[in-house]
Design a protein around this ligand. Sequence first.
Ligand code: THU
Length: 134
Amino acid sequence: MDSIDVDWAALEAAAVAAMANAYAPYSKFAVGAAALTADGRIVSGCNVENASYGLTLCAECTLVGNLHMTGGGLLRAFYCVDAGGNVLMPCGRCRQLLYEFRAPDLELMTTQGIKTMDQVLPDAFGPEHLEEPR
Ligand code: THU
């Protein structure tokens, strides 16, 4: 599939809108995430916390769930924001989640500008490593 153009402003707006749905009574740290799929859809997510703290779902978790609930596919571009609308770096676990569903040309908005998946998660472990037992 050819690489599609990214409307970063639209992704930012979708991330901010998603953030408004956050359930973050414990940390009080609302997060919203949005992604453009390789076939042109926008999917989004917000963090959903839990009284057990450790079971908290990051915004990227619900985004990936929404990706699969709305047709699946791969991610072409990603944008995450905090409650102030500032770009937020995905946590380490969520970089792994995004890696699983990356399109080859996935780009992420970061605090240092647009980066590739390989830049934010170098030497990643992925499904390809499960194919050949060592
Ligand atoms: N959080 C996310 O939703 N995504 C991240 O990548 C970083 C952290 C959430 C989890 C928790 O609800 C709050 O931010 C504070 O850690």
